[in-house]
Ligand binder design. Sequence first.
Ligand code: URA
Length: 419
Amino acid sequence: MIAKLTIERKRDGREIPAAELREFVAAYTRGEVPDYQMSAFAMAVLLKGMTDAETAALTDAMEHSGETVDWSDCPLPTADKHSTGGVGDKLSFIVQPLAAACGLAVPSLTGRGLGHTGGTADKLESIPGYNASLSLAEFKKVVGEVGVSMTVQTAEIAPADKKLYALRDVTGTVPSIPLITASILSKKLAEGAGTLVFDVKCGRGAFMKTRPEAEDLAAHLVAGAKAAGRKAAAIVNSMDEPTGRAVGNALEVKEALDVLAGDPDSPNDVVELSVALAAKMVELAAGVPSEEALAMCSARLADGSALRRFEAMVAAQGGDLAAFRALDFEAAFAADVRAEKSGRIASVDALGIAEAALRLGAGRGAVGDEIDPMAGVVLVKRSGDEVRKGDVLCRLYGSRDKCGEETVMCALRSYEVES
Ligand code: URA
């Protein structure tokens, strides 16, 4: 296998035979294809696309670049939810424990930040002591004991995706349907859950900007999962505006904890979408009729069962929620962004808010960059709210030296105020 020829074939828009793709991925996993060649290949795929057969071969090669998990000894139906990535997307912290509280086993391998989106693992690591890098054996143990575990894909699971994911993040090669499909499916199939529910985001703050693109990605994900013998469904959700109010690692965990605790001020979008996604998992995995699954999920969220599962998972993975709850968010406060005129908020651009959060240190600009767990943005005002000139639109958190004029302007420009 000569990597350069595979890259050139894709560059010229020709189809790559399955065996060649498998070899290319295997060589990359072994370190024989360097990152610069894989970057060129990823860009060629982004620009030229892939046939369904190529996407299936790439998925299969990435899934089998490491171990696959077998849950046949698990007495409960297994299910997981995966989001294609958005801004302020803290739903996993609610959906996964909620599904576990409804009687499912939820093994959930998550990612780090990608592009402008935050990573579930990075967010969880804002909980002091939380180990988001479990070994496969530890992951299985936590799922067995608590019913739910969230960790980054272990070194054993889909290592090709692990390497490629980090590379795509910094080479502008994220928004490609074949690459996203292969990335998500390879780790989700290797993770072994019998049911997969995909939360496919579309809009300004998503990788898929339009609904037809998001529906195409959803169809690829569901078809790929079903072809691999899993039950699967996808829900396409708008990501023009951030989900909920908080964007940033610790800030999002805090908001999710408030939702789990039944805070009456919880953002409706977070509550409704979490219940819908968990209910879809329960419906497919346990064969519960859809209305009943929705009622069950609403009840288990309201009665604190989902919160208890989340707390048990955090404890089992070494996290200290008391220390998290004691974090001093006011000390991390950097600036308020105020309305320049009175009116009604017509929209809040998710991408602009994500950029402000990134500038504040909530995400990575390059592979290996440190993130500031306390950095981010809290939307005080959201679409539809009335504001008066001088009112606080959003609050910025992070170190003050990262909160210059440009960061404030970036957050301010994200708000469209109609007078
Ligand atoms: N989530 C993933 O796991 N992979 C992608 O490529 C995009 C979102």
